[in-house]
Design a protein around this ligand. Structure first.
Ligand code: GRF
Length: 216
């Protein structure tokens, strides 16, 4: 896969790790960005030789200044795709517009249920029997863009926030790299809120052969 991907992360970075470990996606990650200098995600990126940059919000006069600095950094690195892997800031409208259709976010709930920063706790408090993980395209609203992949996770009677989040994250670590791959391979077709996944190109087309040219 030939692409330039940036991953934005604010915390532990287990999703970044899953992306780095993916055979197809990992080698295309050229940049990790965090708003949090203490984010372990930065260490994970550096351990793989990926440039890791901190853009600390307090170093910028306004939210807009921070958004512009992020946009410039992404441009400077020639980034084509942006993956939000536990990035706890709202992506500025300038970046959303510059990368329209090329930004994915992973969220620990079945959107549109439980958007926001406390979705695992909210699901537990609500008493739902099912929650899950969602990967969606990012638009200018929080946890809102068209859904690419979703998978349900059952809530168990003795779950607390930590145990439920851990099982959701196992799903995230599978779904997010897969969605990233589909995006970069150009296999997502967006029609309003609906995202269709195109089948892989047939081998014959990829090889430039006529479509009936493949032999058994
Ligand atoms: C993930 O559960 C993600 O869905 C949410 O933040 C968490 C980040 O975890 N947005 P990690 O930093 O990837 O381990």
């Amino acid at each position: 896969m030939d692409a330039r991907i940036a991953v934005l992360a604010s915390g532990a970075g287990s999703n970044l790790q899953a992306l780095l470990d993916d055979a197809a996606v990992g080698s295309s990650i050229v940049l990790a960005v965090s708003d949090n200098p203490g984010a372990f995600a930065l260490e994970r990126a550096r351990a793989r030789g990926v440039r890791a940059v901190v853009l600390e919000p307090s170093h910028y006069g306004t939210r807009w200044d921070h958004d512009v600095a992020l946009e410039h950094l992404l441009e400077e690195e020639g980034v084509e795709y942006v993956l939000l892997a536990g990035y706890m800031r709202i992506l500025g409208p300038n970046v959303v517009r510059a990368f329209e259709g090329r930004v994915l976010n992973v969220h620990p709930a079945l959107l549109p249920a439980f958007p926001g920063a406390h979705s695992v706790r909210d699901a537990l408090e609500w008493g739902v029997g099912l929650t899950g993980a969602t990967v969606h395209l990012v638009d200018e609203h929080v946890d809102h863009g068209p859904i690419v992949l979703q998978e349900a996770v059952a809530v168990l009677d003795d779950d607390d926030e930590r145990s439920l989040h851990a099982r959701i994250q196992e799903v995230e670590h599978r779904l997010f790299p897969l969605a990233a791959r589909l995006l970069v391979e150009g296999r997502l077709r967006v029609d309003g809120r609906h995202v269709r996944v195109l089948a892989e190109r047939p081998v014959s087309a990829a090889a430039g052969l006529p479509s009936d040219g493949a032999s058994g």
